[in-house]
Design a protein around this ligand. Structure first.
Ligand SMILES: [Zn+2]
Length: 212
């Protein structure tokens, strides 16, 4: 989370204000090390000490890094081909692509002007290229903005750069339409109807279940 050249000597006091999960002090150094924190009520942090990251089962299952210079349009097209799931689900599936997640899958789809419900296998060549470009641009921009920031500042900076994710009810910075939200799997997604779904609101399955 945050590297410290000199960890405090006094023992840490974890609590609601200090969600410390692990403190690592490196042997032989001058008291340098780092703290790992985990905020929120749902705890899912796991720590592995290995010589090679590929020894961690979760890492070994990860898909390619979309920012890897070797990850080209053809590789991306091959990932989508034959995948009959919705784009939103495919983009944030860590075994398909590493590191996109819930927030940036919303952002990538908005940048590509594509519906999150569109089926991956239905994309034309032109659409695949547009999505590939939006993926690279969005992630590169996010990496650029987070460069040099401490862990504590990352969240605020990430939020500033988001156009639709977490912005339900606010105007789309591109067209001014109101950003909408629908439930998706275990969470929700945000999108702009004008930019992404020809102005049509997506059906919320959670809502239609209630109305039945
Ligand atoms: Zn818009």
């Amino acid at each position: 989370d945050r590297w410290k050249d000199a960890l405090p000597v006094e023992p840490p006091r974890p609590g609601a204000k200090n969600p410390l999960a692990l403190r690592v002090r490196l042997a032989g150094g001058a008291g340098d090390g780092f703290d790992l924190t985990e905020a929120g009520t749902k705890k899912g942090l796991a720590v592995h000490v290995v010589r090679d990251p590929a020894e961690v089962p979760g890492v070994a299952r990860l898909g390619p890094d979309p920012l890897d210079p070797g990850f080209g349009l053809e590789d991306f097209a091959a990932l989508l081909r034959g995948d009959r799931r919705r784009l939103k689900g495919v983009l944030r599936d860590q075994s398909v692509l590493a590191g996109v997640g819930n927030a940036y899958s919303d952002e990538v789809l908005h940048a590509a002007r594509m519906s999150p419900y569109k089926l991956a296998s239905s994309l034309t060549e032109e659409e695949t290229a547009r999505l590939y470009e939006a993926l690279g641009d969005t992630l590169r921009d996010a990496v650029e903005r987070s460069r040099g920031l401490a862990a504590g500042e990352l969240k605020a900076e990430k939020k500033l750069g988001l156009r639709v994710h977490g912005r339900t009810g606010q105007p789309c910075p591109v067209c001014g339409d109101t950003v909408r939200e629908v439930s998706f799997a275990d969470s929700s997604l945000q999108y702009c109807p004008t930019c992404q779904t020809r102005g049509k609101p997506l059906a919320d399955r959670r809502l239609s279940r209630l109305l039945k």
